[in-house]
Design a protein around this ligand. Structure first.
Ligand code: ZN
Length: 325
């Protein structure tokens, strides 16, 4: 009996150990008109100059697209947050290379190299959205226990805003985002907030979330064991584009009032999606009920995307602890 009992204990899933996160990068201004991240970064740089020593975590703060920030535009020549594929990062630079490609290579040298052992341990890139997304951690993995545990921590501690985990199922090598440069990384997307505008509630939510993220990292590095559980993961399935005039390619409808601001509310087949400018309701033709997000995001008009759709499922995450201990 005794032996049986012990083997039962041994079969309990082991605590997963993960290396400490010594270098953490908090980045903002990747899109120069998303002001919550821009001002949060300026604020934390100011505080850093005043000096807070003896921190076990080295935090790097980077204003990633300073020219776009200065002009208060999303980007100067190309979208910086689409420049971090291995192909773009290794492309030869000439006089005609877009500013953001040059900048991506500089950032990869500073925070990476992507996929290399010298890359920062955790990269948090701050964004804001005109859509009613609340606070999302957007990551390329649904099994990155660090990112999922941070999400769980934020969900438990942030009372003012819903926190969700959004997963873009792309291999890291093909991922084009800045946060793919870190060993672990996510974009922190907060909304709704118009581009070029700062809203106090959005700024405060982001500030608290960054603070809680760093608090989690410090606890993790000092040996705290975090209990697992389940986290809802929204995996991006497809984009829905605006209907267009076939000749002029201008859009012919707006997001339907019944869908506007209803990010992460289940969209069923037959539900209204668009209201055409001639007054006609266009409905969701998909066969599967999915979760809309980035509904009527301003930055996606240039690609004709009206919203994205995600499938939700529960991911069981294990207990984790820092392997250094
Ligand atoms: Zn952005």
């Amino acid at each position: 009996m005794e032996r049986e009992h012990r083997s039962h204990l041994r079969s309990k899933p082991a605590v997963v150990t993960v290396p400490a996160l010594y270098r953490v990068a908090v980045c903002g201004g990747t899109h120069g008109n998303e002001l919550a991240g821009v001002y949060l970064l300026r604020q934390s740089m100011k505080r850093k100059r005043k000096g807070s020593m003896a921190d076990p975590v080295t935090m790097v703060t980077v204003m990633t697209n300073p020219r776009a920030v200065q002009q208060c535009v999303r980007y100067m020549e190309v979208d910086l947050n689409r420049c971090f594929t291995h192909t773009t990062l290794s492309a030869p630079v000439s006089d005609v290379t877009p500013y953001e490609v040059v900048r991506a290579q500089e950032l990869n040298a500073l925070l990476g190299p992507k996929g290399g052992s010298a890359a920062v341990d955790l990269l948090c890139d701050l964004h804001s959205s005109t859509a009613n997304v609340g606070l999302c951690l957007i990551a390329h993995s649904d099994s990155d226990w660090i990112c999922l545990h941070i999400c769980k921590h934020l969900q438990a501690r942030l009372a003012t805003i819903p926190v969700r985990y959004v997963h873009y199922d792309v291999p890291k090598s093909e991922a084009y985002t800045l946060h793919s440069v870190g060993k672990h990384g996510f974009a922190m997307e907060v909304g709704p907030q118009p581009h070029g505008v700062i809203r106090a509630n959005v700024f405060t939510a982001m500030q608290e979330a960054v603070h809680l993220t760093l608090e989690w990292v410090r606890l993790f590095n000092s040996g705290t064991q975090f209990e697992g559980g389940s986290v809802d993961v929204y995996t991006m399935v497809e984009n829905i584009k605006y209907p267009q005039d076939p000749l002029t390619h201008t859009i012919t409808a707006a997001v339907h009032p019944e869908l506007q601001d209803r990010d992460f509310c289940l969209l069923h087949p037959g539900d209204p999606v668009f209201l055409s400018f001639s007054g006609e309701t266009l409905r969701y033709k998909g066969k599967e009920a999915l979760y809309p997000f980035f509904v009527n995001e301003c930055a996606f008009y240039e690609t004709g995307v009206a919203l994205s759709l995600a499938r939700r499922r529960k991911v069981e995450i294990p207990d984790i602890q820092c392997s250094r201990m």
